[in-house]
Design a protein around this ligand. Structure first.
Ligand SMILES: *Cc1c(COP(=O)(O)O)cnc(C)c1O
Length: 389
């Protein structure tokens, strides 16, 4: 994979030998003559010949080719954000009257989008992320799509992806999975039977907190539908952002291994600290998702959940967060810098699928020195413990 991160989607011979592709900033494409213009109409998916900037540029094609290669797909579509990749992928397959099953642990904006589909006549049902092969019992004649995200946002349940995709394949139901956490460095869901993989490339793929970008990677059977939907929706990504995504990919392997190393060390250390109930991180041997993670993933990203003692309430958690200097208080993750954000899954989850005990925060372990990061969290936990009364 490391060799592929460095070379995927790259063809310096097509760009005068320069290693990196140019950033095409483009709307209009000029044709030689009317014959060339007419000929360009022949490609309904608007990929073979340059037509208009909205259909993508050679910079975007390089990014799509790279992700296709890394995920082992047939083709990919770059989108303006991760959420746009998710909404486009779902809209590609559902119509009024359909029923879709969505994991209860999905990224909250994904859930909000799915809820909005109710107004378009689509029935949404959330399922326990740990359902496994019992997804079979939830499929109905009108079920068109099953949506997965593994591990789940903020609560980190690992799904039995092959069990779910196996059942869905045999019943003709499309599966879409969010692979933002693992990236193709650590998991390749098409190989586990998924039909479509979506990414927030904003996170690890770009890796430097400097762009918003998404991608949909498809199998041969799903690509034409997804691409046609993306065209209909006016979905596109700017060449500047795809350039940053492509540049991030080149160092993905080495960055993720270091994020993993740091996160695992910090998670093990945190587990032993006063005030911590548990660390939700599938790479830890006692994590409920560890076995599935070990089977289906080749590594763990630098993002985990930290569950604090239930005796602490919001003022104590605020004191903990307020003490931190290196862990920035901010959304997103996957950049070089450490981040932390309070997470409250209880407000929107199904009853029973999340049995958290204490307040939860989500930690992204960046590339700073590990001892500095420990000292920072240590100071935060000290401030937490002072709030005991
Ligand atoms: C951030 C995130 C998204 C949305 O990505 P944007 O690029 O911010 O639109 C989707 N899924 C997961 C799991 C994410 O963490």
């Amino acid at each position: 994979m490391d060799t592929r991160f460095v070379h995927a989607g790259s063809d310096p011979r097509k760009q005068h030998g320069y290693v990196n592709p140019p950033v095409y900033r483009a709307s209009t494409v000029l044709y030689e003559d009317i014959e060339a213009m007419d000929a360009s109409q022949a490609d309904p998916l608007k990929r073979e010949m340059p037509v208009y900037g909205r259909f993508g540029t050679p910079t975007g094609r390089a990014f799509e080719a790279a992700l296709t290669d890394l995920e082992g797909g047939y083709a990919a579509v770059a989108t303006c954000s991760g959420l746009a990749a998710i909404t486009t992928a779902i809209l590609s397959f559902v119509q009024a009257g359909d029923h879709i099953l969505v994991s209860d642990s999905v990224y909250l904006p994904t859930r909000k989008f799915c809820d909005s589909l109710t107004g378009l006549g689509v029935e949404i049902e959330y399922y326990d992320p740990c359902v496994g092969k019992d997804i079979d019992n939830l499929l109905r004649p009108r079920t068109r799509l099953v949506y997965l995200e593994s591990p789940g946002s903020t609560t980190f349940e690992v799904q039995d992806v092959p069990a779910i995709t196996g059942v869905c394949r045999s019943r003709g139901v499309v599966t879409v999975i969010d692979n933002t956490w693992a990236t193709p460095a650590f998991c390749r869901p098409l190989g586990l039977g998924a039909d479509v993989v979506v990414h927030s490339a904003t996170k690890y793929l770009t890796g430097h907190a400097d762009s918003i970008l998404g991608a949909i990677v498809c199998t041969e059977a799903t690509f034409a539908t997804v691409r046609a939907t993306a065209i209909r929706l006016g979905q596109c990504a700017s060449s500047d952002d795809v350039y940053l995504g492509l540049r991030g990919l080149r160092t993905l392997g080495v960055r993720l291994r270091h994020h993993q190393h740091q996160a695992l060390e910090l998670a093990r250390w945190l587990e032993k600290q006063d005030g911590v109930v548990s660390v939700l991180y599938p790479a830890l041997p006692d994590d409920p998702g560890h076995e599935l993670w070990h089977r289906d993933f080749s590594g763990a990203a630098g993002l985990f959940g930290l569950e604090l003692d239930p005796r602490y309430r919001k003022p104590a958690v605020d004191a903990f967060l307020g003490e931190l200097r290196l862990f920035g208080l901010g959304h997103s993750y996957g950049g070089y810098e450490s981040l932390i954000v309070p997470a409250d899954p209880v407000s929107h989850r199904l009853p029973g699928t999340w049995s958290g005990r204490g307040p939860l925060v989500r930690v992204h372990v960046g590339l700073e020195d590990l001892d500095d990061l420990k000292a920072d969290l240590g100071a935060g936990l000290h401030a937490l413990s002072e709030q005991r009364a």
